[in-house]
Design a protein around this ligand. Structure first.
Ligand code: ATP
Length: 246
């Protein structure tokens, strides 16, 4: 199998993801939508990367492809030295289960299970999980582990979703508008848990947001426009989530 491209934009570390010429065309009846029009990128291991851009510019499409939920129409994608675009469905699912944690705008917790039971759903089937109590402690909810989702605020529910995503110790966390439904104060607390997972566990963090203020907590920002990465911005300093101007 051919290795990943060698373009070294990563300061000597092998990239987590390398995408080359990725295109995604959705065909619905007579209509074709070019959601990605040929994107090339490296995503560095352990970085915080924000995807920013107008609605419909292709951010979620890229996130879903990187997370193995969808496949590109054209192009190649590697995770480290594995070509994801060459895997069959079973192997792509295995990659996703092992390496990827997802966090969405709506928390998708099971209402009839406590916070800890929601986390345990994942740790029971993961290969190398952390203790659910430890995951809840990392997001600041050790005291609330016997609470049901309805007994938790929106921000707390999202932190349970973060605990669930990090408990299987994935290499990568993918977040699609994780603070989209939250006010600034609770949003900051959720971002703090993601920042902590990145710093303490070394998890690569990729985050879609419409809030340009959040981009300042990233190492880099991919600016999307019309299915392309129009510009890559590198922050000289990552600010703490508490310093974000919302
Ligand atoms: N399953 C699908 N079938 C058809 N078209 C789709 C599908 N998913 C996305 N699209 C289209 O692809 C384009 C890119 O969508 P995508 O969701 O990636 O954008 P986005 O930048 O994440 O937008 P938003 O910020 O609104 O979530 C849009 O025009 C969208 O309507």
């Amino acid at each position: 199998m051919q290795g990943p491209p060698q373009a070294d934009l990563t300061g000597g570390h092998p990239p987590a993801f390398t995408g080359r010429g990725l295109r995604k065309t959705y065909i619905t009846g007579e209509t074709q939508v070019h959601a990605l029009r040929g994107v090339d990128f490296e995503i560095r291991k352990g970085e915080v990367l924000v995807l920013l851009g107008p609605s419909g510019s292709g951010k979620s499409t890229l996130l879903n492809i990187v997370g193995g939920l969808d496949r590109p129409t054209e192009g190649t994608l590697h995770y480290e030295d594995v070509e994801l675009t060459a895997l069959d469905d079973a192997d792509l699912t295995r990659f996703r289960r092992r390496q990827i944690g997802f966090i969405f705008q709506f928390y998708n917790l099971i209402p009839s299970l406590t916070a800890e039971e929601n986390v345990r759903l994942v740790t029971d089937i993961a290969e190398n999980p952390m203790d659910p109590a430890r995951a809840l402690e990392l997001v600041g909810l050790a005291e609330r582990r016997a609470h049901f989702p309805a007994q938790l605020s929106g921000g707390e529910q999202q932190r349970v979703a973060v605990a669930r995503a990090i408990a299987k110790q994935p290499g990568v966390l993918l977040c699609d508008e994780p603070t989209g439904a939250l006010d600034s104060e609770t949003g900051v607390r959720v971002l703090e848990t993601l920042d902590r997972a990145n710093r303490e566990l070394g998890t690569t963090l990729i985050l879609i947001t419409h809030n340009a203020g959040i981009a300042a907590m990233a190492d880099r920002v991919f600016h999307f426009l019309d299915g392309q990465i129009a510009r890559i911005e590198e922050n000289s300093r990552r600010i703490a989530p508490s310093e974000i101007s919302w």
